[in-house]
Design a protein. Sequence first.
Length: 91
Amino acid sequence: MKKRHTPEQIVRRLREADGLLSGGASIADACISLGVSEATYHRWRKRYGGVEVKALKKLKVLEKENTRLKKIVADQAVDISILKEVAEGNF
C-alpha cells in the first residue's frame, strides 16, 4: 500500500535524514530509518531539498488564494458574456 506524505512531512523527514547523514550514516541507512526507498529519498531531495516548512505553508496559502481568484475571474467572464448578449438583444 502506498503512503502519501504531505510536503511538510517530507521536509521534516529530509531534515531528519540530514541529521542521520551528518552523524555518519549512509544514505541507505537513513532511508531505512525513514522507511522510504532510496529513489523516493532522492526524488524528495530534488523537489524539496532547499525548502523550509514555513515556505511550504506560505506556498499552500498562495495557491489557495490563486485558485479563489481564478474562480472570480471565470465568474466575471461569464457575467460579461451574459451582459454583452443582453446588450445586443440576443437573448
